[in-house]
Design a binder for this molecule. Structure first.
Ligand code: HEM
Length: 131
């Protein structure tokens, strides 16, 4: 039986495995490598902070994820297929390594975020807003 996500080391492992897949993916890797020019030394710890805030109640994350993706979408159109690929990798790494209520919550929260961002992207088209 696999363990559930229960501490910052688990989240760090999850995030590192996940972005290893993302960065090498032909469809979504370019958003990180070419469009946003992500500094991975900063982005990875930042994402660990996000997920430990969401999943472990740590409150270490400071950021504005909705705005970040809307700004990104202005530079290169973010589509449903990009989110599907993102979710596919997220599920893959979760399923291969963890099981339990927190791992399930990680899946659900990603899907909620996907739906919210896609909704805002649609709104952005008609209202020409960033956030
Ligand atoms: C649906 C699930 C997703 C979740 C939960 C998620 C979560 C996040 C979070 C929390 C951040 C940090 C935001 C901040 O600092 O305020 C971020 C940044 C980023 N996300 Fe996402 N994201 C998702 C989907 C995607 C997709 C589909 C793409 C592109 C294909 C993407 C590309 C990026 C990039 C490039 C950044 C960094 C931007 C920068 O540093 O300038 N994300 N994401």
């Amino acid at each position: 039986m696999k363990k559930d996500i229960s501490n910052s080391e688990d989240v760090e492992f999850l995030v590192n495995q996940f972005y290893d897949l993302v960065v090498n993916d032909e469809l979504i890797g370019p958003f990180f490598n070419n469009v946003a020019n992500v500094n991975w030394d900063e982005h990875l710890p930042h994402m660990v902070q996000f997920w430990e805030t969401v999943l472990l109640g740590k409150a270490t994350f400071e950021g504005w994820p909705m705005r970040t993706h809307l700004v990104l979408n202005k530079k290169a159109s973010l589509k449903e297929e990009h989110f599907e690929r993102w979710i596919e990798y997220w599920y893959k790494v979760l399923d291969e390594n963890f099981e339990g209520p927190v791992a399930l919550e990680a899946k659900n929260r990603a899907k909620i975020m996907r739906d919210l961002i896609l909704f805002k992207i649609e709104q952005q088209k008609t209202q020409n807003i960033i956030q």
